[in-house]
Write a protein that binds this ligand. Sequence first.
Ligand code: MN
Length: 272
Amino acid sequence: MTAILPLHPLRYRTVFISDTHLGFRGARADYLLEFLESMECETLYLVGDIIDIWEMRRRGLRWSESHNAVIQNILARARRGTRVVYIPGNHDEMMRDYAGMTIEGVEICMRATHQCADGRRLLVLHGDEFDTVVQCSRLVAMLGNRMYAWLIRANHWVNRVRQALNRPYWSLAAHLKHRVKNAMQYIANYEDALVHEAREAGVDGLVCGHIHHAELSERDGLLYCNDGDWVESCTALAESQSGELSLVDWIALRETLGVTAEAGKAERRKAA
Ligand SMILES: [Mn+2]
């Protein structure tokens, strides 16, 4: 892949990425590295499934140079003073044991609340605990909030048992692919469950990942942001200096930047 690094880095206040699945063969670590090398930010949130420990356990280590370079880039950023917050997901849930600690300058926590430049407060979480809620959405609608809280706890234990039996995590994302005709309904239910959670938390919106479906929308006055993934879509969520949120579609953006860089080079050749 030819590097198309822009002359000036993209500057954001905050960047959110998740579902990079490093250690999994399908991870687009090459594109992710390009994005990281092209941008500067004050705070970087790693919203879960950063390292795919589940996949590495099942299929063995698939760790290439680019996977290593991504980790090195993130650690170097933390050393230089970028605030890096890591919220483990279900594929790297072993890291949840370290919640509350700061390792190599990286804060590890289960959830965070991010305050945007314009004062809006966003709950930041991976979102896997809502798999079961989505699966049983009709039941939840019937039985209400207590059932909902119970299901979130049950999901954790179901997957603990699956892990002990060496079965893969019951993944909503994988499930979606098998039931494409219902996928849109599942995504809608997942979004509803998270918006419900954000409302309970009394914040203005939320940032999550997990279902590999980037989205930025408002639902019942709350902001739902999903930063997507780096296996299929290569997307991130970014906050500008003024607090404006947007989705970064790296495959599209790198084309634009590449074209601009080429045009700049041509201009300079002409001038010379
Ligand atoms: Mn996940």
